[in-house]
Design a protein around this ligand. Structure first.
Ligand code: HEM
Length: 135
């Protein structure tokens, strides 16, 4: 019986040593990646800060928008953002008169009435965004 216990303890010791070695080798192998992941990458240097460009969104008042009210320059407000729809006037599948009807004014209600903020329409609209409506 004593012999049996010694054999069991021996097996446990061998498995323990092999397991610990395997863990140690793999830990060594993968440790660098772990450290790379844990290190904040792309640290902000003085250079990067100096190169940062201003991202302030232009703002337009209702009066600014009102001066762009026809096919020569067509601005419209949709959900508090301002869009330059001049190029879109002749491209609108629903006809140019529909776009001309929202030039220089808040077109939210008319746009939403027909397009209901659908993804396809919003994607196209986004291309023409030039800024936000000033409060
Ligand atoms: C910049 C994006 C767009 C804007 C600002 C816009 C704006 C408008 C407006 C204001 C109307 C009139 C709604 C009403 O009072 O009844 C309208 C109608 C319409 N739009 Fe658009 N639209 C845009 C994109 C599109 C796209 C991508 C399509 C088609 C794929 C489309 C198809 C139509 C159609 C079929 C109508 C109905 C025309 C009619 O009733 O005779 N629009 N749109």
């Amino acid at each position: 019986m004593k012999k049996f216990i010694l054999i069991i303890l021996g097996i446990i010791a061998v498995v323990g040593i092999v397991g610990a070695s395997w863990y140690y080798i793999n830990f060594q192998k993968y440790a660098p990646d772990v450290y790379v992941t844990d290190t904040p990458s792309g640290q902000i240097t003085t250079d990067t800060v100096n190169e940062t460009v201003s991202t302030t969104t232009p703002t337009y008042s209702m009066v600014d928008v009102a001066t762009h009210k026809d096919a020569t320059s067509c601005y419209s407000i949709i959900s508090d953002s301002v869009y330059d729809l001049t190029m879109w006037v002749n491209l609108h599948p629903g006809g140019k008169d529909k776009i001309l009807s929202i030039c220089g004014i808040d077109g939210t209600e008319r746009f939403m009435k027909k397009h209901k903020g659908g993804e396809k329409f919003m994607d196209i609209l986004t291309r023409y965004k030039i800024g936000e409506l000033s409060q």
